[in-house]
Design a protein around this ligand. Structure first.
Ligand code: NDP
Length: 457
């Protein structure tokens, strides 16, 4: 069967790719199982050298890679460039710390019985990935898995399949053997085939619904499962911010970068009563200035949505909010003509009866709600099934910390938002996921400890 790759900016077919079958998955898994044994025996330095070379190849070819990403997902070209550059800080971080994180831990080296912990790779892992930041969410998993000595079968989303093939090409060119990394092409039914095969771990990035299905489907295998899922990330703008206009500019970027199609996009904003009107005015002015259009143009900030079917979902959220009393300040319409374009949309005077304040929008739409106190902000921020990130803008660190400590989320931000760093773990709580990528935690996810009790007789 063929998978048609469509350009979301104009509906044109870019190419068709041959899809893989269930039988391919089983055959490739057997090959990867053989390759993993040799890969793990290589010194860590050799595995790291391949990853560093991969980084250099990505750098040399970054413009081509950015164009491919923009073509198949509609991401504005400047944002595609930023995303590709994101590989380098992960690679630098791994080069600096992997040896330390994977080293044996000798706990007792005296007396009759010595004791140590050795970290062994899981084996062959399945990496099922999303389309919204396909380079980044891919790197966050497979670079760490490979360095730790695992083999990887990578299934990109059908909306980012060309990107997945690029990973495979450059990893192989960088010296990662073909029997250690394989990309398979197909839609959700191919993902299902991976769930039915016998991998040693499942690492998934995508929606809560699919994540839950994956966790249930592979539970009986008793292998590690990691889920990086969606969010409904709140931002509270307190009345003591030094510059309301700047706060509005930063909040808008957090909400509308990548057309709002980020797991950690700001999805709902609470604003202190006394600065509410000033904030809303500055926010609307900022969003109205965004250039919408051809994602290949350097100045475009808002391109088309990657998936056309999301437009109906956004329309429903807007209609629901307006019917319950929200005021539409900006946008609210799909654009006529070719491509999956939806106007950046700002709804104000929102409340939690409205879907836009509780269900992940994953698009260029934001709800803003007025709050009378920090306690009210805390209560509303916590009123969610998700637990990815939460942010506070305030000039008072203690005030922000008092709120952030109360958040049941994997990440909290003070005076920033919509941000990921290789230095600290990336993890969701509740319906936002299970386990961590990045940092020392992100490599420990791909190893299992073996305890040695060594009695010298
Ligand atoms: P989906 O859950 O729709 O798809 C994710 C992956 O799962 C795709 O490769 C998809 O294939 C595959 N898949 C679909 N059905 C099955 C199945 N039955 N068995 C196995 N695999 C399957 O998510 P999206 O790609 O739409 O990604 C958007 C979501 O991801 C948002 O909720 C976003 O918040 C979240 N996300 C979370 C991140 C985090 O770090 N927490 C980062 C990035 C995104 P195909 O696409 O080919 O159908």
């Amino acid at each position: 069967m063929k998978l048609t790759i469509t350009n979301p900016a104009n509906g044109n077919t870019i190419t068709e790719l041959q899809t893989n079958t269930k039988e391919d998955v089983h055959a490739k898994l057997n090959i990867l199982r053989q390759g993993q044994k040799e890969w793990f025996k290589k010194p860590l330095k050799e595995r790291l050298d391949c990853i560093v070379k991969f980084g250099a190849l990505i750098k040399q070819n970054s413009e081509t890679l950015a164009v491919i990403l923009t073509d198949e997902t509609g991401k504005p070209i400047q944002q595609s460039r930023n995303e590709i550059n994101g590989a380098h800080n992960r690679i630098e971080h791994l080069s600096k710390y992997a040896e330390q994180w994977l080293a044996d831990e000798v706990l007792v080296d005296f007396g009759a019985t010595h004791e140590k912990i050795v970290y062994e790779p899981l084996g062959v892992i399945a990496n099922i990935s999303a389309w919204n930041f396909p380079y980044n969410v891919g790197y966050n998993v497979f670079l760490y898995a490979l360095v730790a000595g695992n083999a990887v079968m990578y299934k990109p989303s059908e909306y980012a399949a060309l990107t997945g093939k690029q990973f495979e090409k450059y990893l192989h060119l960088a010296g990662v053997p073909e029997n250690v990394f394989q990309c398979v092409i197909g839609d959700g039914s191919l993902g299902q085939a991976l769930l039915e095969a016998h991998f040693d771990g499942y690492f998934f990035t995508g929606s809560y619904a699919t994540g839950k299905h994956i966790a249930k489907s592979v539970a009986h295998k008793l292998v590690p499962v990691q889920l990086e899922l969606g969010g409904k990330d709140p931002l509270f703008v307190a009345d003591d911010v030094l510059d309301v206009k700047q706060a509005a500019i930063n909040a808008a970027e957090g909400a509308f970068y990548n057309n709002g199609q980020s797991c950690c996009a700001v999805e709902r904003i609470y604003v202190s009563d006394s600065i509410y009107d000033a904030f809303v005015n500055a926010f609307v002015e900022e969003v109205a200035s965004y250039k919408i259009g051809n994602p290949m143009h350097d100045s475009t900030f808002v391109g088309p949505l990657t998936r056309g079917q999301q437009i109906e979902f956004l329309e429903n959220q807007v209609n629901d909010a307006i019917s319950k009393g929200a005021v539409l300040k900006l946008g609210g319409q799909a654009l006529d003509g070719d491509g999956n374009y939806y106007e950046p949309t700002v709804l104000v005077d929102c409340n939690h009866d409205m879907n836009v304040m509780v269900d992940e929008s994953f698009g260029p739409i934001i709800g803003i709600q007025r709050v009378g106190s920090d306690q009210e902000a805390i209560t509303l921020m916590k009123d969610t099934e998700y637990g990815l990130t939460a942010a506070v803008f305030s000039s008072n660190e203690q005030r922000a910390m008092d709120i952030l400590q109360d958040m049941n989320t994997g990440t909290v931000y003070w005076n920033c938002c919509d941000r990921v760093s290789p230095n600290v773990p990336w993890s969701g709580r509740k319906n936002s996921g299970l386990g961590s990528t990045l940092s020392s935690q992100g490599i420990r996810a791909f190893v299992q400890p073996k305890a040695y009790h060594l009695r010298v007789l």
